[in-house]
Design a protein around this ligand. Sequence first.
Ligand SMILES: N[C@@H](CCC(=O)N[C@@H](CS)C(=O)NCC(=O)O)C(=O)O
Length: 229
Amino acid sequence: MPDYELYYWDLPFRGNFIQLLLEEVQADYRKLDASEVYPDSNLSLHYPGMAPPYLYDCRAQLWFAQMPAILMHLAKAYHFLPDEAEQHTLALKVILDCNDVLMEITNHNGMVMWEEGTWQEFRAHRLADWMTIFEKTGQAHSLKPDTGYLLGTRLTVADIATAALFGSLVHSFPELARDLEHHSPTVANLCERMESRPSIGAFLDNQRRELGNAYCGGQIEQSLRDVIR
Ligand SMILES: N[C@@H](CCC(=O)N[C@@H](CS)C(=O)NCC(=O)O)C(=O)O
């Protein structure tokens, strides 16, 4: 049995936050389809979770849901939290920011489809502000154009999360690369550096060969594609 099992769809969206970390540390894990758990048995788990991703920690024999909780669990296990305890809160805040961006970019998990006007408004204001928030976080910790990490000199879970968020976004929607470059240039460079790390790079090459530019799937992805230009 591997150390971990990750249950998620064949999509990057929330799954890559976890998979990039598992790949970076070369964890012994298996990726399984979310349908193995959801929707038939998610309520029978010891700690039930509403929706994928799910992580099964095989050694601890524990199930976890909620992407930020899963990422924090793995970050603790692999020493991917910053050194100072007070910075742990900041790492969690970055992951929660990422999850908020995912929620917003999918218009609350596809509750309402994007239309030209609402998308343009979101892109020009909230998405731009989110990008600026990440840029300022990096600047506060001496992230430089070609060197450094979001929370300091050591790679942490915050860098994994940032690359999973913006790296996936600009890969799936190359039109947004100029937004990231404009509002968040050092973060754009950080994402490129993260994506070219050996394990993460090899994983992304395979995934992108297999899935192309798929992002979150469903009608909401199509609605995004219809409005992004
Ligand atoms: N807050 C949860 C959100 C989970 C979620 O929305 N999962 C999506 C895929 S990324 C899903 O499959 N949702 C189906 C549903 O909510 O029923 C997390 O961060 O893990």
